[in-house]
Design a protein. Structure first.
Lengths: 105, 223
């Protein structure tokens, strides 16, 4: 295998990302510590989660520097999970409705 | 980062090139591609677990146990929510950082340095597993949480917790063993002259374990 697939970055890049992940983790911990509630809580959790996930996949796992063929192979299939989540959420909502209706009696 | 700007090495044209040319589609070591494909399949497994957790949490009519309190630690008389989980998160992130540096040193041609950093990564991983064992212990023996019920609320809490964190903990444990084996071979010069892609491949697995924890932390502990 040729060396063209090997990328080099200065160590400082990893240290910066490491620090950033620390800060983001602290932020998400703060969400719980200060008991932020409701939609603000959920959006903050999701935002910090995706930022951290993006940094790990993009920089630590080097996906940001891979060729598009690999990026699409890895990132497109998980989109199917969104469909699963929507289907399961709708079904779970219906089951919850049924339980509230019949178990309450 | 692309060395060959003259041949279409970026954007959609690179995608078309890679798939349509009479050559290997993915220009990378076979093991690396296979690790990516494995991680993709693992993504689906963890997603299905987390979606199942979402389903049972939505269907139950009982209150979901307050994770902030269930996972609290009492330090010097103070009730600190999710403290252990936060420490575990920081440890795993740190281990990802040391792993990334190990990959860097390996490609710089410094296998000894890389092996040391990999062993440090494995040690941090082992301490993560140790803390998880402590957490399980506390939950099972002190708080009476079982897969079929618990004193705090919805019965499904225990089953979701043990399945998801257990499966993740197993991944960490396997990763620690994997790291130790590769680091030891690296130290002994097994890969000298063969290239150090194996360090990057091991790193991919380890970063993935960290990645999964990000999602578990958000959805199970914080939500």
């Amino acid at each position: 295998m040729s060396d063209s697939s090997v990328q080099q970055h200065p160590i400082s890049v990893y240290l910066k990302i490491w620090l950033l992940l620390f800060v983001l983790s602290t932020f998400s911990y703060m969400v719980d510590f200060y008991q932020v509630q409701g939609y603000l809580r959920w959006s903050l959790i999701i935002i910090f989660m995706f930022l951290k996930a993006g940094l790990i996949i993009g920089i630590f796992m080097h996906l940001a520097w891979e060729r598009l063929a690999l990026i699409y192979t890895i990132l497109l299939p998980p989109l199917a999970i969104l469909l699963l989540i929507v289907a399961m959420a709708s079904e779970a909502d219906y089951i919850n409705f049924g339980r509230l209706l019949f178990f309450a009696q | 980062m692309d060395k060959s700007a003259d041949e279409s090495s970026a954007g959609i044209s690179s995608l078309v090139d890679d798939w349509s040319s009479d050559k290997q589609t993915f220009d990378m070591p076979w093991g690396k591609l296979m690790m990516w494909i494995f991680l993709l399949s693992d993504t689906f497994i963890f997603s299905v677990f987390l979606t199942a957790y979402m389903s049972v949490r939505m269907t139950t009519t009982a209150d979901w146990p307050p994770t902030s309190e269930v996972f609290a630690l009492v330090i010097a008389g103070q009730h600190v929510p999710l403290l252990l989980i936060a420490i575990m998160t920081f440890i795993l992130i740190t281990s990802s950082g040391t792993m990334a540096m190990a990959v860097n040193f390996a490609y710089q041609g410094k296998p000894q340095r890389a092996a040391q950093l990999m062993l440090l990564t494995a040690l941090l991983g082992a301490s993560f597993v140790g803390m998880q064992a402590f957490e399980w212990n506390k939950l099972i023996f002190d708080e009476g949480i079982r897969p079929w019920g618990n004193p705090y609320g919805a019965e499904q809490f225990g089953a979701s917790f043990f399945l998801i964190t257990g499966f993740h903990g197993m991944h960490v444990s396997v990763g620690v063993i994997y790291l130790a084996i590769i680091a030891n071979r690296l130290r002994k010069g097994f890969y000298t002259g063969k290239g150090y892609h194996i360090v990057e491949i091991t790193g991919l697995y380890w970063h993935f374990v960290d990645l999964v924890w990000v999602f578990i932390f958000a959805f199970f502990y914080l939500w």
